[in-house]
Design a protein around this ligand. Structure first.
Ligand code: HEM
Length: 540
């Protein structure tokens, strides 16, 4: 073998010499002016110069290749094939219809591992596909970060979605403030009841004419956040309010997904135009800030009365005053207040209204289920009395339907992305690189055959226990788990229940006679929601 290599090298050397002598013969201008030794040197120089570009390209490729092949001090869970150098598994991001959840599930099955890793650009992402692994990861402090908020080169500021001390201070404050303002108590329940009666009135005024549900449901749901944050609701025709809803809707459905994707492929921000939608998102956020939030905050500061804390803004102003000259002062000022309100609107509007839209769509697709829900409601509370949270225990089937819709139509199939710290992290025997992302495949968890019987079938009865009563299931992780789980979970549950029951108590939900049957496939945005479709509400 060695001999073969030696002969090959001798042959290549001879070839080089002969190439040089050929070159000397052909290039007379050089050889005629110099000694034979000099002419060989000059020919070599020219050859090198002529091939310098090639050599440079070769060198760069070699360096990149060596860096790519360099053994890593880190180890990762099994990775799917087709990891393109420097781009990674971008094929998983290419599906225009889904977040790739089904492809990751397929990869996890092929790799025979319930957790896998993928790479986008330089970013490693670990993906648990089982409830137990998600719970373990999110209830520890290992993946408690949400990562940097500089996206597409633009700072998208945030209080409640931030990290470290700032996030802790804001989350603690928001939980206390929302509780003191009546979350979990009858105060907020009364406001939701009032809003649901307004919604019922609005729907009744349509006289069974077909309507898109996005606007009316968004209006009702965001009025609850307005009541909590600003201390007042808006009339449905209010121009400013309509614009606020339009912006919120645009951000969730058009801008937020490309912005989040650009977190993984940061080079996109160098391309011309606004490919990442970051500029448009920022423009919208700024409009909400200047047109709605700043005037509201100003109004609250002017009328502030410490003995009359009515809403979230009042409570925040009180906190600013309380924490003046303390270490936490930096987290409580007008600017931080603004970001906290933005977060509450962003997190608390489309999530709840999209859940309600899925519920109504499923009632159209499963009329027997709709009839059973209505029969239960009418039997328990009759046609006139507005529902209360006390009625929940009487409405087991209705609760089961809500859970089944949340399971089948997961709003966030890849959950919310968390990150590890800036140090290597030990996880399940692997050493993950600093700032590894963790994105749970919630779709896979909600369709796990080892846990759910016939997971692809719509069957509310899976949430009914042997005693015929509603039975909750921890594997339904709509609001996530752990320290970063949804801050508005109890509000969202209350809203979903009270709005849904009020609609079912008053109307038959149908598709318009000549419209096609609305699809159960989801439309991709930052959440997965139903495709636009029209609904007829027939008064009972
Ligand atoms: C059906 C409605 C809702 C759903 C499905 C939902 C779901 C979620 C999910 C999956 C997360 C991510 C948790 C994680 O990072 O592990 C989250 C976070 C959050 N949600 Fe909700 N949510 C809903 C309604 C609301 C409402 C009404 C509010 C506000 C009042 C709200 C406020 C928040 C906030 C502030 C966070 C960030 C928590 C943190 O990082 O500490 N959500 N939500």
């Amino acid at each position: 073998m060695l001999r073969k290599i030696f002969i090959k090298q001798q042959f290549q050397f001879k070839l080089k010499i002969s190439t040089l002598s050929d070159y000397r013969v052909s290039n007379k201008s050089l050889t005629s002016l110099a000694s034979p030794k000099m002419s060989v040197l000059a020919a070599m120089m020219e050859l090198v110069l002529n091939n310098l570009t090639m050599a440079l390209v070769f060198l760069v490729v070699l360096i990149l290749l060596l860096r790519y092949l360099q053994p890593s001090p880190y180890s990762l869970p099994p990775m799917p094939a087709w990891n393109i150098p420097y781009l990674g598994h971008i094929r998983f991001l290419m599906d225009a219809k889904t977040m790739g959840e089904k492809m990751y599930l397929k990869a996890s099955k092929e790799l025979k591992s319930s957790y896998i890793a993928v790479k986008f650009g330089k970013q490693y992402v670990v993906m648990p596909h089982k409830f137990e692994d998600l719970k373990e990861a999110f209830t520890s402090d290992q993946f408690i970060y949400h990562g940097e908020n500089i996206i597409g080169g633009i700072t998208i500021n945030s209080g409640l979605f931030h990290d470290g001390q700032r996030w802790k201070a804001h989350r603690r404050f928001a939980l206390h403030a929302l509780r003191d303002l009546g979350l979990g108590k009858s105060r907020i329940e009364g406001k939701i009841q009032l809003e649901s009666q307004k919604l019922v009135k609005l729907i009744a005024s349509l006289n069974g004419e077909p309507t898109e549900t996005i606007i009316i449901l968004n209006t009702a749901v965001s009025n609850i956040i307005c009541t909590m944050v600003f201390g007042h609701r808006f009339e449905y025709e209010d121009t400013l309010f309509k614009r606020l809803l339009q912006i919120l809707n645009e951000n969730t459905n058009k801008h937020m997904r490309p912005v989040f994707l650009s977190k993984f492929l940061p080079f996109l921000k160098y391309l011309p135009g606004d490919l990442t939608h970051a500029k448009r998102l920022k423009q919208n956020v700024d409009e909400i800030k200047t047109q709605i939030l700043e005037p509201e905050i100003k109004r609250h500061i002017e009328k502030y009365d410490p003995d009359n804390i009515d809403d979230f803004i009042d409570a925040f102003i009180q906190e600013i005053k309380k924490l003046k000259d303390t270490d936490e002062e930096i987290y409580f000022n007008d600017e931080e207040l603004m970001w906290n309100i933005e977060d509450l609107f962003f997190a608390g509007t489309d999530t709840t209204s999209t859940t309600l839209r899925w519920l109504l769509l499923c009632m159209i697709r499963y009329p027997d289920v709709q009839d059973k829900v209505r029969a239960e409601i009418l039997d328990a509370i009759g046609p006139d009395r507005p529902p209360t949270m006390q009625d929940k225990k009487l409405l087991s089937y209705t609760q089961a339907v809500i859970c089944e819709v949340q399971r089948m139509h997961t709003l966030t199939p890849l959950g919310s992305i968390h990150y590890s710290s800036d140090q290597p992290t030990k996880w399940k025997g692997y050493t993950l690189p600093p700032n590894t992302a963790l994105s749970p495949n919630v779709y896979a968890i909600h369709h796990d055959e080892d846990h759910w019987e016939q997971p692809y079938q719509f069957n509310p009865n899976r949430f009914i226990g042997p005693d015929g009563k509603f039975q909750k299931d921890d594997h339904l992780v709509t609001f996530s788990v752990g320290k970063r789980s949804c801050l508005g979970e109890s509000l969202a549950r209350m809203e979903t229940f009270l709005f849904f029951v009020a609609i079912m108590q008053n109307f038959h939900v149908k598709k318009p006679k000549n419209d096609p049957i609305p699809t159960l496939e989801g439309k991709l945005g930052i959440l997965i929601g139903p495709y636009p479709h029209r609904v007829c509400f027939e008064k009972i």
